[in-house]
Design a protein around this ligand. Structure first.
Ligand SMILES: Cc1ncc(COP(=O)(O)O)c(C=O)c1O
Length: 482
């Protein structure tokens, strides 16, 4: 694609897009859905490009949920009275549907409701039987809520090992990974964690790693929080031990509910560090003892967000009605065009406007694209300034490190020494301080811009973003937005 073709009218660009990505036409019904169920987006002229941050809900989901709540009388499911039993039925129905949606056999998998994906990860971290000599292995491009498990692991004497991702694709070198997997300490509980899709680069790591790691003695935690919204996660085919998810990322509403999908056998290995209301069959003050409940109940502390759970089923049925495969096709067509168009943007002197962190084709990636803008002299444009300019046009982007520091460090060429320099002071450092520190190190940045597509993304969204980007052509970094 040449420089001009990204700067044509939307109609011309769309014709070119359809010619290059004809599969998009099969997803036209999503345009109708956007007009009916998500009309507020266009009514308010929003260009929403932060689906990896949070998905969007359709109005029909709200109506169905509100109708249910308006008509029903629901009590806390821990009781045995009629209103409680009515609620229990809906909670268990939602739980069963979560398993069905992910094609998980209920005799093999449990669904534990949590606050969010981080809540699911914390459950695994605090309960996994790490011990002296065992290992926690993880890829560089994990979300912080997966990185954080290393603190539990170390405290219990486990070794923590990271497998790096390598630029420019930010994928893992399989030789390095298998070297690490082959070194599983024998007879110890060892946990391997990786994202099915990186929330930084959009890289999709092979799901084949799950069985390959398990065959080498690892329990596998597959972080599917950024993957599940636009990809089929089929647990009848892939059998990770633990899968954390946040539902709002898949269908927008409700927030405050996630889940841990766990193989029953893996769940039994976990040792909870405490008990709480709802997690026990009995507990005694005087006997100073307790018995944990079976299965998922042992992991749901206190009262689950019970009124929200029917909305989880409504949301999943909404997605099932659309078809995850259709969402996938649509976002990948758009992502392909977005990548082609951004890469085609060149300053008059031939220098590229955009540097993409991660794969530059749609091969082995999802529709999350991390990038920075550079001026004709190759100087970085401040992503905070770009965000401020985007905000003015109601373009919702994400900037910063997206809670994924490892991928960012590699993408920005930051070394261990440079990172350590910024951690010498004991004081509580803000991200702003951190950026300033890195700029002093070597004029480097620790942040980027992230564009992520989802359920009702359309051509106009990506077209407008490319038009927005093209405005920075031939502009010195210090001049942007002036
Ligand atoms: C890959 C990945 N894992 C985990 C999380 C944590 O999700 P939550 O903030 O909902 O707990 C996120 C959120 O962005 C994510 O993208």
């Amino acid at each position: 694609m040449d420089r001009l073709s990204t700067l044509t009218t939307m109609e011309e660009a769309f014709a070119h897009f359809i010619h290059t990505y004809p599969d998009y036409t099969r997803t036209g019904f999503l345009d109708d859905l956007r007009r009916s169920d998500y009309a507020r987006l266009d009514r308010q002229q929003h260009i929403y490009l932060d689906y990896t941050g949070g998905g969007l809900y359709g109005e029909s989901q709200l109506h169905q949920h509100m109708a249910l709540l308006s008509e029903g009388v629901f009590g806390n499911p821990h009781s045995q009275n009629p209103t409680s039993l009515a609620m229990t039925r809906l909670v268990e129905q939602a739980r069963a549907y979560v398993l069905e949606f992910f094609r998980a056999d209920p005799s093999e998998y449990e669904a534990v409701f949590t606050l969010n994906a981080s809540g699911a990860l914390k459950l695994v971290g605090e309960s996994y039987p790490f011990e002296e000599g065992s290992r926690y292995l993880l890829t560089f491009d994990n979300h912080n809520s997966v990185n954080g498990i290393r603190e539990f692991a170390r405290r219990r004497g486990a070794a923590v090992t990271y497998v790096p991702v390598t630029p420019p694709d930010l994928r893992v070198n399989p030789d390095r990974l298998f070297q690490a997997l082959d070194a599983a300490p024998a007879g110890k509980p060892n946990l391997f964690a990786y994202p099915a899709q990186s929330n930084f680069s959009g890289v999709q790591h092979p799901l084949e790693w799950i069985a390959q790691a398990q065959a080498r003695g690892w329990d596998v935690l597959l972080d599917a929080a950024a993957f599940a919204p636009t990809n089929r996660l089929d647990l009848s085919r892939w059998k990770p031990d633990f899968v954390p998810l946040s539902f709002y990322k898949i269908f927008g509403y409700p927030t405050g509910v996630g889940c841990l999908l766990a193989r029953r056998a893996a769940l039994q290995k976990l040792r909870r560090p405490w008990f709480a209301g709802g997690t026990i069959t009995v507990a005694s003050v005087q006997a100073d003892d307790y018995h944990l409940a079976e299965g998922a109940a042992a992991f749901e502390d206190g009262t689950v967000s019970y009124l929200s759970l029917p909305a989880v089923e409504i949301g999943l049925r909404h997605i099932a009605g659309i078809g995850v495969e259709n969402i996938h096709t649509r976002v990948m067509c758009l992502a392909g065009w977005l990548l082609d168009s951004l890469l085609a943007l060149r300053h008059r002197n031939g220098a590229p406007l955009v540097r993409i962190y991660g794969p530059t084709t749609t091969e082995g990636r999802g529709a999350t694209v991390a990038l920075n803008f550079y001026d004709p002299q190759g100087r970085l444009m401040d992503f905070r300034r770009i965000e401020a300019l985007a905000n003015r046009e109601k373009i919702s982007l994400r900037t910063g490190c997206f809670c994924n520091p490892g991928a960012g460090e590699v993408a920005h060429g930051l070394t261990r020494e440079e990172m350590t320099t910024c951690f010498v002071d004991e004081y509580r450092m803000s991200f702003e301080h951190f950026l300033t520190c890195l700029q002093h190190v070597d004029g480097k940045s620790a942040g980027a811009i992230r564009v992520s597509l989802g359920l009702v993304s359309n051509f106009a969204d990506v077209y407008r973003f490319v038009q927005f980007a093209a405005r920075f052509l031939d502009t010195p970094a210090e001049e942007i937005g002036k």
